[in-house]
Design a binder for this molecule. Structure first.
Ligand code: FES
Length: 170
């Protein structure tokens, strides 16, 4: 593992050299991410945005991969991933309004990554826990029966590091 630079090269140059000769095909994305992890040791927002542009995927999607697999390490500028379930049961219980409130408070649309505070917002299909919908998942932690007022608490918790809303083990 190397650190911020590789032999005097900056992160963008390291990433560019890894991308050189690699077709911008989505099927190469995971391979590329493993190469970045090996070369740089972590993922910064800058790398996520560079990769998203190259592979024509959303930053939120890359962020989702990076947080799902423990092999990947994010630096402190990429710390929060919000997923709002838009499956049928959650939709019927008002998840669309939940998404809109997150968008309003965070200033980003679903599928976007907020470069200022390191937050991604995604809408996802049924998470398999319909009975507790609307369901929101923040950094892998499940929040049950979320309403509009609680969205504000969750967003506030992102900046304080504390989320007071009841979470559920699923
Ligand atoms: S529809 Fe949201 S958990 Fe199933």
């Amino acid at each position: 593992m190397k650190n911020d630079t590789d032999g005097g090269r900056g992160v963008p140059e390291v990433v560019e050299s890894l991308l050189a000769g690699l077709p911008p095909d989505r099927k190469n994305l995971i391979f590329f991410l493993h190469e970045v992890q090996r070369e740089l040791g972590y993922f910064s927002e800058e790398v996520v945005l560079q990769a998203a542009h190259y592979f024509s995927v959303s930053p939120a999607e890359i962020f989702g991969i990076l947080t799902f697999y423990s092999a990947f390490k994010l630096n402190q500028s990429c710390v929060h991933q919000i997923k709002v379930c838009q499956g049928t049961a959650c939709h019927v219980r008002g998840s669309e309004a939940i998404v809109k409130e997150f968008s309003r408070l965070l200033g980003l649309k679903p599928g976007e990554f907020d470069s200022r505070i390191g937050v991604s917002l995604e809408v996802v299909n049924c998470l398999g826990c319909c009975a507790i919908g609307p369901v929101v998942v923040v950094d892998g932690k499940y929040y049950a029966r979320v309403n509009i007022k609680e969205v504000e608490k969750i967003v506030a918790g992102l900046t304080t590091g504390e989320n007071s809303h009841e979470s559920a083990e699923v």
